[in-house]
Design a protein around this ligand. Structure first.
Ligand SMILES: [Zn+2]
Length: 108
């Protein structure tokens, strides 16, 4: 009887770790799928960051400026975070703290 209990506990731990790993894999897969994209100034379609020619309108694309790059990085970060439940939870927690601080300030 004890043997079975131990076996079940071991299996539960094993499968728990396994499913956590799978969740992590799924997140990194989503990350890999999201490419850093830029918008074509002519047709406003999303094209690959390193593209020199727009694949929609064949417009020649100029190299990315620093400002553009910053914007792309920012958008990328926001996109990535939307896939990560841990980061999302932390963000919501932070927002809640800011909100409660704001409420406190409003009341005083
Ligand atoms: Zn285009």
């Amino acid at each position: 009887m004890l043997y079975w209990i131990i076996l079940i506990i071991v299996l539960a731990i094993f499968f728990g770790a396994h499913s956590r790993q799978r969740k992590k894999d799924a997140i990194s897969l989503e990350r890999a799928k999201i490419d850093k994209m830029r918008t074509c100034p002519l047709c406003a379609e999303l094209v690959q960051l390193n593209a020199k020619l727009c694949r929609f309108c064949q417009n020649e694309l100029l190299p990315i400026s620093n400002n553009e790059m910053e914007e792309i990085e920012l958008n990328y970060k926001i996109k990535i975070e939307s896939f990560d439940p841990d980061v999302l939870a932390k963000k919501q927690d932070k927002e809640r703290k800011i909100q409660s601080k704001k409420d406190w300030n409003d009341n005083t």
